[in-house]
Design a protein around this ligand. Structure first.
Ligand SMILES: [Zn+2]
Length: 92
C-alpha cells in the first residue's frame, strides 16, 4: 500500500473555494507575495491535555490543511473542521 497522498483537483478546488469564502485570500504575511500552493494531504496537530504531564500520542488532534507560499515557504494551517466540515467527513 502506497503512503503517498495525492488529492484530486476537484477536492483541492473545494478546499480553495472554502478558503475564498472565508476570506483567506490576502497576501503572504512574511513576503507579501500572492502565490500559494496547497499541500496534498492533511496534517494532524496533536492536542496535549497538559504541559506538565507526559506527552500523549494518538490522542485528540486537529486536522489542518496546509497552504504554503511558493516564494518564501511560509506555511499557514487552516482547521478543516471549521473551514469545510463537509469535506472533513467526505475525506478525499
Ligand atoms: Zn511568502
Amino acid at each position: 500500500m502506497s503512503t503517498e497522498t495525492k488529492w484530486s483537483p476537484e477536492f483541492k478546488g473545494r478546499i480553495l473555494a472554502a478558503l475564498t469564502r472565508a476570506g483567506a485570500v490576502t497576501a503572504c504575511p512574511r513576503c507579501a507575495k500572492r502565490d500559494f500552493g496547497l499541500a496534498d494531504g492533511f496534517a494532524n496537530w496533536g492536542i496535549q491535555p497538559s504541559i506538565t504531564l507526559p506527552m500523549v500520542f494518538g490522542g485528540a488532534s486537529i486536522p489542518v490543511v496546509l497552504v504554503f507560499c511558493t516564494n518564501c515557504g511560509f506555511v499557514a494551517p487552516h482547521a478543516l473542521g471549521i473551514l469545510s466540515p463537509d469535506d472533513l467527513r467526505a475525506g478525499t
